[in-house]
Write a protein that binds this ligand. Sequence first.
Ligand code: HEC
Length: 138
Amino acid sequence: MKFGIIAFLLAIIGSIVYSCQSEDKIEFMRYYSAGQALYKTHCQNCHGQNGEGLAALIPPLTDTEYLKQHRKQLACYLKNGLKLPILVNGKAYNGEMPPANLAPVEIAQVLTYVQNSFGNKANVHNIDQVNAELGKCE
Ligand code: HEC
């Protein structure tokens, strides 16, 4: 009898954990697929279909370390543009990225896509994080 109750409780806990995981996954896929479409229209011209960049002019989006280190600034880079000397994949760039004309939720989506494509792997970059980061742009 006791064993039956424990097994029952374990089954409930298991199914709660499982459904939370799949909700995270659904959230991730929603951001990712919307981000993929946004990337094609707003970023691909410059950064390339595979995030490869363009020679010495446009940095690639394949430097996972760079993206990790600047995760909290990326939303501001997109909102306000970027015009700083930067080091990506060990190469120096000093170009100018114009501000992207995107809503905060679109910034979250495209950043989720970029940080999980081209060899990168990260968590979802959700709207709450982006809103908090946009509140702290320099
Ligand atoms: C007009 C060309 C252009 C467009 C469009 C553009 N970028 Fe950029 N991007 C650049 C340039 C140039 C830099 C480097 C700026 C510098 O040197 O300060 C850059 C830098 C970056 C960086 C930081 C460095 C790196 O390579 O990781 C990220 C991240 C980024 N862009 C993402 C995006 C995303 C996402 C979009 C679409 C919403 C986008 N860019 C659209 C030209 C562009």
